[in-house]
Design a protein around this ligand. Structure first.
Ligand SMILES: [Zn+2]
Length: 466
């Protein structure tokens, strides 16, 4: 019997072990999309205890705890940090076969050198040991990133953000390059006109551009896009149910914008036209600046109205949606491609049923201008586990070029999530190792090892220009 989570975790053959230990393991990390709070990096904080760095904001863990019958008081409520940790620890044994079980123990090992199994009995000693370590310089936020060999990371920022924290980080000679990413979801979401108008006022103030018309609004947003670029950004990101690609004229969008500013609700057609127009504008700016644009497609969000009203968004009430993706996505990318304004693009889907669709869609716009211009992003959110990653890697291999893949990202809110890169690398190496041993791939370790290193780091470095 193999040891649980030993050095050859997930590596089922000698060749897989060679590929991982000799090629993948030491490659640095480029985490090109995550939700880490830049203020915590700017101030290089130390977390007060293990609960604060590990459980705060982690809706994966909260969902598991709730499913295990744990009261909300111990997830997002007013229980003490020690009590919350106790309840999480008691839940961990019940998470077996959920990726949380592997992530939890990988994270305890890699950050804290703790090789015990977390459960109700070990909770107290693990909490105390990790919390004591978290007080030291080595475990400050920058220390945690350095420990995981993170070279560059991109946070997710609203166009109205001042980016003051990024500016401080850039001035500080931080060992990790921390870049902002432009995420204009609120700038195009006209589902609620009052909320949108309040947001337009903020854009107006942030850009210092008076907004009396649609063209002023674009000017103000473009000003923010320029500001992000001036602060090192080279990546945008969108979280959408699906791409919107309705036909529209500039005159129509101007009228729709005036209607919104007059406080009138839009009908469905107007709503979709407006979103379609905004997506095209953002994409053109991304192309102009040579940025990478990312689209996270297919989440059905905020499905529990009662809990949403109590706790707000991003607290664990989202799931996989079944939105049609292909036609609008193709129409949108074709529109940009037809005027040669399609930026480097990464597509992420949340519904695994769309894997093959995405893997073939990217091929439509990979025009030979560079390797891997349009990418099928790695398994995301509910899919960033062994089965989801394997399926994504298989779809990409079968219908595209795995060797040109830019690899893994954490998409996480926690500084303790970096072993997810290791998890991904092990799965990748296991897959390749098995096929070499089966005779499905040649026994060319040097070449396959190079491909592994490329997927772990080199491809992303070249793609983003870091
Ligand atoms: Zn994200």
């Amino acid at each position: 019997m193999k040891q649980f989570l030993d050095e050859n975790f997930l590596l089922q053959s000698k060749t897989a072990q060679t590929l991982y230990h000799e090629y993948a393991k030491s490659m640095p990390i480029i985490d090109y999309h995550n939700h880490l709070p830049p203020d915590q990096i700017a101030n290089d904080i130390n977390f007060a205890n293990l609960t604060q760095v590990w459980l705060y904001g982690d809706h994966y863990k909260w969902r598991a705890m709730r499913t295990n019958g744990i009261n909300e008081k111990y997830c997002t409520g007013n229980a003490s940090d020690a009590e919350k940790f106790e309840q999480w620890a008691a839940t961990v044994p019940y998470t077996l076969r959920n990726p949380l079980y592997h992530w939890t123990h990988l994270e305890l090992q890699r950050y804290f050198g703790i090789h015990k199994i977390l459960n109700a009995d070990t909770a107290k000693e693990i909490y105390e040991e990790a919390t004591a370590k978290l007080q030291t310089k080595e475990y400050s936020v920058r220390g945690l990133l350095t420990k995981m060999n993170v070279k560059t990371l991109c946070t997710t920022d609203d166009p109205i953000d001042t980016l003051e924290h990024h500016q401080k980080i850039a001035k500080d000679n931080c060992p990790v390059k921390v870049l902002p990413a432009f995420r204009p979801d609120k700038a195009m979401n006209v589902d609620d006109v009052a909320t949108f108008n309040a947001y337009v006022n903020k854009v107006e103030a942030a850009a210092n551009v008076s907004v009396g018309s649609y063209s002023d609004y674009l000017k103000a947003l473009k000003n923010r896009h320029d500001y992000f670029a001036a602060n090192g950004a080279c990546v945008s990101d969108h979280g959408l149910e699906q791409i919107y690609a309705e036909d529209y004229t500039e005159a129509e969008i101007s009228n729709i914008f005036n209607k919104i500013r007059g406080g009138k609700e839009l009908d469905l057609s107007e709503n979709l036209k407006f979103k379609s127009a905004m997506l095209v504008e953002f994409a053109k700016w991304d192309h102009e600046k040579g940025w990478v644009q990312q689209y996270h497609l297919g989440a059905l969000r905020n499905n529990n109205a009662r809990m949403l009203s109590l706790l707000g968004p991003d607290t664990g009430w989202d799931s996989i949606g079944d939105f049609p993706q292909a036609r609008a996505l193709a129409k949108f990318m074709n529109k940009l491609d037809s005027t040669d304004q399609l930026a480097k693009t990464i597509l992420y889907n949340l519904n695994p049923a769309d894997n093959d669709l995405m893997a073939t869609m990217i091929g439509n716009y990979n025009d030979g201008s560079m390797a891997g211009k349009v990418q099928f992003g790695s398994g995301w959110w509910f899919l960033d586990q062994k089965d989801g990653m394997t399926k994504q890697l298989n779809a990409l291999s079968n219908m595209g070029l795995l060797s040109r893949f830019i690899g893994m990202l954490t998409d996480s809110r926690s500084f303790l999530s970096y072993p997810r890169h290791e998890y991904f690398r092990r799965i990748l190496c296991n897959m390749l190792g098995e096929e070499i041993e089966n005779g499905e791939l040649p026994n060319d370790i040097a070449w396959t090892g190079k491909v592994v290193e490329d997927i772990c780091f080199n491809n992303a470095k070249a793609y983003f220009g870091f």
